[in-house]
Design a protein around this ligand. Structure first.
Ligand code: 4AD
Ligand code: MG
Length: 458
């Protein structure tokens, strides 16, 4: 007999006839003549109702089933007389795969996100987290689909690197050295596995640039690591980033691309995850539909950094952090601009060079760089990107100005010697994208096993 996913049954208009399903009991109601079982197999938010009659050989076992127990059911799909579901199953055989004891922590009641974080290994079994992780999977697919349709190539950039792309020093060291290799209080990296100081990547950008300058349009999509000791609801130490890099592309085209990307993946989720999105709209964030609507139907605002500073200075709101030209925008500032002032996603561009990394292209004012951040409601910064400095002399000047070891960047510099072209790209935090499209407010709740300061369970 054909084993099917519950989603397949629920999504079809044509009766699939006899089926075999396997899943877990969510709830059960018994009467003298039969048991009603709500079964979920993770394929969809919805359960399927199974009716087990008391003429089953093992009906006694069926009545002992508890929440969380696993079963295998053969039966006939029939139209359901009940409300809210089209089909149900009349069981002809019901095998008990395992019985969950009454101590199972996910009994039918509402649990707080904080509690569920302490059982991160079980939380995908709840409705909310099942929906989060189905959407996460579907979004990842949408990313690849978008780039595939646009003819971009997917590049696997290394996780272990010898450079700090962002220059922020938030690096996790990678080493095989131990205390015995310390000489005069310092590690002797010459004895280390790679013969030099090495760390987990903070961004695949520098590698992606080399491939954009070969294959044209490329993207990376993988894990990145930052030892930021900030316990905020928008930072984790291990997060996934999507980084497109486009040859023959300037800052404006870069922003066009970012806007197109965000609209595409948002539309994909609306088209393919309607049940899950409804759950978030109902139980997590009543404003979610409005946010999604503002992504799909607005033209994103584009605002130079200096104008953003002016708006913030005139704001009728007290900020914790100072607003001054030359200072980086804090999340409270970013949220004010996108949530309160414009109420749609906002690109801020042309930031002062002093607060941005070495690789960004210097503007003619010699004061600002061709950087852009995309700010979105409830999150603040979703995307950070720029046009890259493609001119060899300017790049060398910048490296020196910022006191960076020019020798280490020899391969990066090479790309500006041979066939250099204007090129641009950005990084989009995948977890922040999931937060945006679900209304979930803590980044720890959209990644399977979050890595944050002093927390590495699971
Ligand atoms: O703005 P960032 O630091 O940009 C870069 O790394 C560039 N090299 C990207 C590029 O141009 N290819 O990071 C990009 C995005 C941020 O906008 C944010 O969404 C996310 O990555 N991000 C984090 N997400 C979760 N936890 C953290 N600690 C994050 N740090 C950055
Ligand atoms: Mg940034």
């Amino acid at each position: 007999m054909n084993r099917v996913k519950i989603k397949q049954i629920l999504d079809t208009d044509k009766n699939p006839g006899k089926v075999l399903i396997k899943g877990w009991i969510r709830t059960k109601r018994d009467s003298k003549e039969f048991s009603f079982l709500e079964i979920n197999d993770g394929s969809s938010l919805k359960n399927i109702q199974v009716i087990a009659q008391n003429n089953l050989d093992n009906y006694e076992d069926v009545t002992k089933l508890t929440t969380g127990s696993a079963v295998s059911v053969k039966g006939e799909v029939v139209e359901s007389p009940g409300k809210g579901q089209k089909w149900e199953i009349n069981a002809s055989e019901l095998d008990v795969v395992s019985i969950a004891p009454e101590t199972y922590p996910l009994q039918k009641k509402r649990h707080t996100d904080e509690f569920l974080r302490t059982i991160a290994h079980l939380r995908p079994r709840t409705n909310k987290y099942g929906s989060v992780f189905r959407i996460r999977s579907e979004l990842a697919y949408a990313v690849h689909k978008f780039y595939n349709e646009k003819g971009f190539r997917y590049v696997h950039t290394p996780i272990i690197t010898g450079s700090d792309c962002e220059g922020a020093g938030e690096l996790f060291k990678v080493t095989t050295l131990d205390g015995n290799d310390v000489e005069k209080g310092k590690f002797n990296y010459e004895k280390d596995f790679f013969g030099k100081e090495t760390n987990l990547t903070v961004s695949g950008q520098l590698s992606a640039e080399m491939f954009a300058l070969s294959l044209g349009d490329v993207y990376t999509f993988g894990p990145t690591f930052r030892a930021e000791n900030s316990n905020t609801s928008r930072h984790v130490a291990e997060f996934w980033m999507i980084e497109p890099e486009m040859a023959f592309c300037d800052l404006e085209e870069n922003m066009n691309h970012a806007e197109e990307f965000l609209k595409y993946v948002t539309q994909h989720i609306c088209d393919n995850c309607a049940d899950d999105i409804n759950l978030f709209t109902q139980f997590v964030d009543k404003s979610l539909k409005g946010v999604i609507d503002s992504i799909l139907n607005s033209k994103f605002k584009r605002l130079p950094y200096d104008e953003a500073i002016e708006i913030l200075k005139k704001a009728d709101q007290k900020f914790e952090y100072e607003v001054e030209y030359g200072l980086d925008l804090q999340s409270e500032h970013e949220r004010y601009i996108t949530e309160k002032h414009f109420k749609i996603p906002v690109f801020i561009y042309n930031y002062p060079k002093t607060i941005k990394p070495f690789y960004m292209r210097i503007n003619d004012d010699n004061k600002t760089v061709a950087a852009m951040d995309l700010l979105v409601p409830r999150i603040g910064e979703l995307i950070g990107g720029s046009q890259r400095e493609e001119r060899l002399d300017r790049l060398l000047d910048r490296l020196k100005e910022m006191d960076l070891p020019v020798e280490d960047y020899w391969w990066y510099i090479d790309s500006r010697k041979y066939g250099t072209v204007p090129h641009s790209g950005f990084g989009l935090g995948f977890e922040r994208l999931i937060m945006l499209l679900t209304g979930v407010t803590n980044i720890r709740d959209v990644i399977p096993f979050p890595r944050t300061p002093s927390s590495i369970d699971f």
